[in-house]
Design a protein around this ligand. Structure first.
Ligand code: GLC
Length: 581
């Protein structure tokens, strides 16, 4: 017995000494933690077209968002990123802007916008606007002027190549059915550049007038009181306007290498920071994070005064129809975390409007495991270091709709991608299978509010069909069920908000080789949490290091858990967060 007591005593002493050591270390580092509201934010992303329709035209609108503000508040999130709501002919659902200072007719009016912003602020929710300025719509007045004659003062707002110089060097377009980013325009016998669709001509950022126009537009919205900007496709904005030759095949496969972070992009961001960000309490995040860690750092290194937060795609790109390796997934997230551990800040996300549904891509949308695995993925997003982004509907565990025929798709990327694949003689069965898994339309089906027709998204005909599973997966049903994905999501949001360790704490991966379980600790001062996520549909286990002493279970997506000695036994897709002593 005495030996036991001695052992116990020694253990306690070791722990105390250990804790003190860790504490001094962390305290020292803690002083360098630069707390910001945008680091503590939990962002809810709304695709306005699909959120809530109030006028029966089958398209969501701003009044719909106003109607659902209390719902958004009830989630516990404190920021909203809204996809573009500006006037647009909708070639790419608002990512083709024809007037940056007006609201798209489908979505409502500026009064609706003001009401929405006020309603958000009254509820303590910040608003982040999407700024689409790598390109505009070809129906924007600037482009109409620009294409009208070579002498027009707006000519240099875009990239033109006079046809008498021959065909310009090949440039790849992401949305063009020929994959060609140069479009011939007979009116002035010249080609214009469009990295995206033909109706999305690229703006000429090398022209200081264009830059000034954009800063003025951003100030217009900042003056209205918006709290942040997400810069769409901005890493592609700067270009070498001599348009040198690039190897065609490599460009098609690795366009980021050739398109991202070119020319004076950093200079433009510094200028934007000086002109806009530094003058308002706004946060900034760009889509994409360049070609490597160095690019990403340069974008968000505080001393450089460019942007606040990186938004890297390496993680979200991992899911494939044939599955993915969890080891690789852990590797990617851990590498990004360690690259940003001391400086800079990351976004954490597994879905957005350009991706299929998170539970269908990264976990399991079968009846048996959908809810459990959706809870597990939400635990991951909300327990990592970085600002979490939750895409509308993922809080319910909404799933892919999985269209079978090309006629069902609405997305220009899917439709033109199909035409291109056909022309190039691709195996169309494989193409359709991939599309069914990864198409952006999967993530854009209407929000599922209740069990009434069309999930009560609209009283009209929805622009994209509502997923048939809305009778089970919907807000009303999940609000009433304490075990639903939604109820769990709210608990997890609260847990993050109440525990700064989940926001600022150091991240350490455990058992990197485990192919089923993703586990890590988060440590800040004397607060320690252990996150354990079973990413598989089988039982799994994790051996906890002997030094980890469990204080309590902070959250668990099963009613209980089992241990055997130092091993935690996990049910399929079980996720548990322990507070450690
Ligand atoms: C970004 C947007 C995407 C859009 C594209 C062109 O990638 O997220 O939805 O289609 O830019 O604006």
């Amino acid at each position: 017995m005495d030996t036991m007591k001695n052992l116990y005593f020694t253990l306690i002493m070791l722990l105390i000494i250990g804790c003190n050591e860790t504490k001094t270390e962390i305290m020292a580092e803690d002083t360098s933690i630069n707390k910001k509201w945008w680091k503590e934010a939990i962002v809810y992303q709304i695709y306005p077209r699909s959120f809530k329709d109030t006028d029966g035209d089958g398209v969501g609108d701003l009044k719909g968002i106003v109607e659902k503000l209390d719902y958004i508040k009830s989630l516990g999130v404190n920021a909203v990123w809204l996809n573009p709501i500006y006037s647009s002919p909708n070639d790419d659902n608002g990512y083709d802007v024809s007037d940056y200072r007006n609201i798209m007719t489908d979505f409502g009016t500026m009064e609706d916008f003001d009401l929405m912003l006020k309603g958000m602020h009254e509820r303590g929710i910040k608003l982040i606007m999407d700024v689409v300025v790598n390109h505009s719509s070809d129906e924007h007045e600037w482009f109409k002027q620009s294409r009208s004659s070579r002498e027009n003062p707006y000519r240099d707002y875009y990239h033109w190549w006079p046809a008498e110089k021959g065909k310009p060097n090949y440039r790849y377009s992401l949305f063009d059915e020929n994959g060609d980013a140069w479009k011939y325009d007979a009116q002035t016998d010249a080609y214009y550049l469009h990295y995206f669709s033909q109706k999305q001509p690229d703006l000429n950022w090398e022209n200081p007038k264009v830059r000034q126009e954009v800063y003025d537009i951003m100030k217009f919205w900042a003056e209205k009181g918006v709290d942040g900007f997400r810069l769409d496709a901005f890493q592609f904005a700067a270009k070498d306007t001599t348009f040198p030759a690039f190897p065609k095949e490599d460009l098609q496969k690795n366009f980021i290498k050739y398109y991202a972070m070119q020319g004076n992009l950093h200079g433009y961001l510094k200028e934007m920071n000086e002109e806009v960000f530094s003058k308002y309490d706004v946060m900034s995040v760009a889509e994409g994070a360049g070609r490597n860690f160095e690019d990403a750092h340069n974008l968000v290194d505080e001393d450089r005064k460019e942007l606040n937060m990186a938004y890297a795609f390496d993680g979200v790109d991992i899911a494939k129809p044939e599955g993915y390796s969890l080891k690789h997934f852990k590797d990617v997230f851990s590498k990004w975390d360690s690259a940003f551990a001391k400086k800079g800040w990351l976004s954490i996300f597994l879905s957005n409007h350009d991706q299929a549904r998170l539970v269908s891509r990264f976990a399991n949308d079968s009846n048996e495991f959908r809810a459990t695995s959706a809870k597990m993925l939400n635990t991951f997003i909300l327990s990592m270091r970085g600002t979490p982004y939750c895409y509308y509907g993922d809080e319910l565990g909404m799933t892919n709709i999985g269209f079978e025929t090309i006629e069902e798709y609405q997305d220009i990327a899917a439709i033109n991608g199909y035409k291109k694949a056909l022309k190039e003689g691709e195996d169309m069965t494989v193409f359709m299978k991939n599309l069914k898994f990864s198409s952006r339309d999967n993530g854009r089906t209407p929000m599922q509010w209740d069990t009434t027709e069309n999930a009560n998204f609209t009283i009209g005909k929805p622009w994209l069909p509502v997923n048939e599973n809305y009778k089970e997966i919907n807000v009303e049903a999940e609000e009433q069920n304490p075990d639903s994905v939604l109820s769990y999501f709210k608990k997890m949001v609260n847990l993050r908000k109440e525990n700064p360790v989940l926001i600022y704490g150091d991240y350490t991966l455990i058992e990197p080789e485990n192919e089923q379980v993703y586990a890590y600790t988060r440590i800040l001062d004397n607060q320690k949490m252990l996150v354990i996520l079973n990413f598989s549909d089988k039982e799994a286990s994790l051996e906890i290091p002997a030094t980890f002493l469990i204080k309590n279970v902070a959250i668990n997506n099963y009613p209980n858990y089992n241990t055997k000695d130092q091993t935690v036994l996990l049910q399929p897709y079980q996720s548990i967060i322990f507070s450690l002593k």
